[in-house]
Design a protein around this ligand. Structure first.
Ligand SMILES: Nc1ncnc2c1ncn2[C@@H]1O[C@H](COP(=O)(O)OP(=O)(O)OP(=O)(O)O)[C@@H](O)[C@H]1O
Ligand SMILES: [Mg+2]
Length: 282
C-alpha cells in the first residue's frame, strides 16, 4: 500500500445514481476555492461522468473567458485483457503510479467510483482516508448498506457493499495502521417533510451505528444540479450567469451551505478547510 502525503477522499456507493460524481466534483471545487491543491481521479470507465464534468468545466472557461480553479484530473481505465489476474495486476499498477505521481503534488485527491463492484472501485476504497457515501433519500437505497427489518427498522444484515468496505478498512488498518473514516450523506432530500424522510433518517443512523460510520447532514433535492453538469460548474463557483448558463438563485446559495456543512462534517485534516473563509466572488 502506497503512503501518500495527500489526503485521499473516495466517493463510493454501489447503488447507481446516488450522487457520487456530483459530490466528488463539489468536494474538489470547494477545496480548490479554499486554496488547496486538488487532484480528481475517475475510475468509472463506463460512464466517465467526472471526466466529462471536468471537461465541461474547461470548455466553459474557454468559451466565457472567466477563470475558475481546475483540479488536476486523471482518468484510470479498466484493463480489458483475457486474464482477470493480469487485469487486476495492471489496474493496481496504474492506480499506484497515479497516486504516487500525485501525492507530493496535491493536498487532496478526490476519487469518483462507479455504481457497481469492480477491482478499480475496490482499490479506490482501499486507498481512501475518508470515504463519502451519498445515499438517495429512500428506504430502497438504504438497502445497499444493510437489510433492515421492515417492522422494527433494525439493521439485520450488512450488504455486500458494506462488507467490501469493512474488508477494505480491515486490510488498510493491518497494512498502514490507519482506518477509513466512513461518512454517509443523505442526498436528494425532498423539501417536503415526509414520513419517508424521518424514517430514512432514523434508519440511516441505526445502520451507521451498526457499520461504525458517521452520518453527515444531507443535501436537498434541487433542479440546479441538472444545469450545473453541462457547464461543469458547482455551487461553489462564482454565481455568475455566464458561468452557470443561467441566472443564479437562492437554490445555489442554500446548496452551497449544505455542501459546506458536509465538508465540515468530514473533519478533513486542515482546520482552514472547515472554518476558513470562502474565497468566492459570489
Ligand atoms: N441534490 C440533488 N438534487 C437533484 N439532483 C441531483 C442531486 N444530486 C445529484 N443529482 C442528479 O442525480 C443524477 C445522478 O447524479 P450523479 O451522476 O452524481 O450520481 P452517481 O452516483 O455518480 O451515478 P452513477 O452511479 O451512475 O455513477 C444526476 O442527474 C445529478 O444531476
Ligand atoms: Mg457517477
Amino acid at each position: 500500500m502506497v503512503q501518500t502525503g495527500a489526503h485521499i477522499i473516495a466517493v463510493g456507493n454501489e447503488k447507481g445514481g446516488s450522487g457520487k460524481s456530483t459530490t466528488a466534483l463539489h468536494l474538489a471545487v470547494y477545496l480548490l476555492h479554499q486554496g488547496h491543491r486538488v487532484a480528481t481521479i475517475d475510475v468509472d470507465s463506463r460512464q466517465q461522468t467526472l471526466t466529462r464534468y471536468v471537461r465541461n468545466r474547461r470548455n466553459t472557461v474557454e468559451t466565457t473567458g472567466h477563470q475558475v480553479p481546475m483540479p488536476r484530473h486523471v482518468h484510470l481505465p479498466t484493463a480489458w485483457g483475457d486474464s482477470i489476474r493480469e487485469n487486476q495486476r495492471a489496474e493496481l499498477d496504474i492506480f499506484t503510479k497515479a497516486i504516487e505521481g500525485l501525492r507530493g503534488e496535491v493536498d487532496f485527491i478526490v476519487i469518483d467510483t462507479p455504481g457497481f463492484d469492480g477491482n478499480l472501485a475496490r482499490l479506490a476504497h482501499g486507498f481512501a482516508d475518508t470515504l463519502v457515501t451519498p445515499v438517495n433519500d429512500s428506504m430502497i437505497d438504504l438497502d445497499v448498506l444493510a437489510r433492515v427489518d421492515p417492522v422494527s427498522g433494525e439493521p439485520i444484515e450488512t450488504s455486500p457493499y458494506s462488507r467490501n468496505v469493512q474488508k477494505a478498512r480491515a486490510e488498510r488498518l493491518a497494512n498502514t495502521g490507519k482506518g477509513i473514516d466512513w461518512v454517509l450523506v443523505r442526498n436528494r432530500i425532498s423539501n417536503l417533510g415526509s414520513r419517508n424522510a424521518s424514517q430514512v433518517q432514523n434508519t440511516i443512523e441505526r445502520v451507521a451505528a451498526r457499520l461504525g460510520c458517521r452520518v453527515a447532514d444531507g443535501i436537498a433535492e434541487r433542479v440546479i444540479f441538472r444545469s450545473l453538469f453541462p457547464v461543469g460548474m458547482t455551487v461553489f463557483d462564482p454565481l455568475n450567469a455566464d458561468l452557470l448558463g443561467g441566472a443564479p438563485s437562492m437554490s445555489h446559495v442554500n446548496a452551497r451551505q449544505e455542501y459546506r456543512s458536509l465538508v465540515a462534517a468530514l473533519q478533513l485534516p486542515v482546520s482552514a478547510t472547515v472554518s476558513g473563509p470562502m474565497r468566492l466572488s459570489a
